[in-house]
Design a protein around this ligand. Structure first.
Ligand code: R5P
Length: 288
């Protein structure tokens, strides 16, 4: 088995190559003068199992994913395992208003074309995986256990999810950190701000970590940390799988938190832990 990296996640691909003891496939990616992508795979992949590591956000990265996966198949790869660290359009996971695009499903239907298996990381809704049918397998792996071990070393004593839907993330993180957990109830007001239903939490004097799959504008974490500070939390950290940080999200959060951390599914200055081990575990299961 070997690894082909796109341009979205070089650090994760390198980590994966170390964890799996797999070499990188040599490739060239450049731009034509009109801005279109040029791709060439520079060595034979015939008869080999190839792990393609490439996110599908922003849009340009989806084109790269399609060209990389289809070229692998054209060159006779035995199997192509698509690792999509951050899956673009994951949050448009249904039709909210009549006439809208069901974008998460549409993207899967196209991305799967030249894959045998797909592995996503903390996909916003697990149900999106069904849109990858009829691949041999479609999996959603989680970095929450990795986050749990990371925050345990920081002395975190309580884990909180900012909404009920994310309680699974808090449970998994707290399990690895060996501490208690709870959730808040969130109502979204607009793209940048949310409301939290007041709730008494067991956090006085404690170091608390808020966990979520994605941090975008930071509005969700901002409100949750206000509530935690108001109830006497000693330290407040925030961790997520995907540090998207749109619209100045990081600048809003860093001054009010004791630490802001994300994984390498979207490489950014807060990337502090890797999705490589959970992804590698799934790859081994596929290939055994
Ligand atoms: C939404 O359901 C997600 O799990 C995150 O809570 C959301 O994407 C965070 O967005 P923001 O940082 O803009 O509040």
């Amino acid at each position: 088995m070997r690894i082909l990296k796109g341009t979205s996640n070089p650090a994760l691909a390198e980590n994966l190559s170390k964890v799996l003891g797999a070499s990188m496939v040599d490739r060239e990616l450049a731009r034509f003068p009109d801005g279109e992508l040029y791709l060439r795979i520079k060595e034979s992949v015939e008869g080999q199992d190839i792990v393609l590591v490439q996110s599908t956000y922003p849009d340009d990265n989806s084109v790269q994913f399609l060209l990389l996966s289809s070229t692998l198949k054209d060159l006779g790869a035995r199997s192509v395992i698509g690792v999509i660290p951050y899956y673009g359009y994951a949050r448009q996971d249904r039709v909210f208003k009549d006439g809208e695009s069901f974008s998460a499903r549409t993207m899967a239907r196209h991305l799967r074309m030249d894959l045998d298996h797909v592995i996503c990381v903390n996909l916003h809704k697990e149900a999106t995986l069904s849109a990858f049918d009829p691949l041999k397998s479609a999996a959603n792996v989680s970095v929450m256990g990795v986050i749990g071990s990371f925050v345990k070393n920081k002395g975190v004593e309580f884990v909180l999810s900012p909404d009920k839907g994310a309680i699974g993330y808090a449970r998994e993180t707290a399990g690895a950190a060996g501490c208690g957990f709870d959730h808040l109830e969130k109502t979204r007001i607009d793209g940048r701000s949310v409301m939290m239903t007041p709730k008494k939490l067991d956090v006085r004097g404690k170091a608390v970590c808020i966990v979520d799959d994605i941090i975008a504008t930071g509005g969700t974490i901002l409100k949750a940390q206000e509530l935690l500070r108001g109830q006497g939390a000693r330290e407040v950290f925030a961790c997520c799988a995907h540090g998207l940080f749109t619209g100045g999200g990081r600048d809003r959060l860093e001054p009010v938190l004791d630490g802001l951390f994300s994984s390498d599914t979207i490489e950014n200055p807060t990337s502090s832990f890797s999705a490589a081990v959970p992804v590698a575990t799934r790859i081994r299961e596929i290939l055994e």
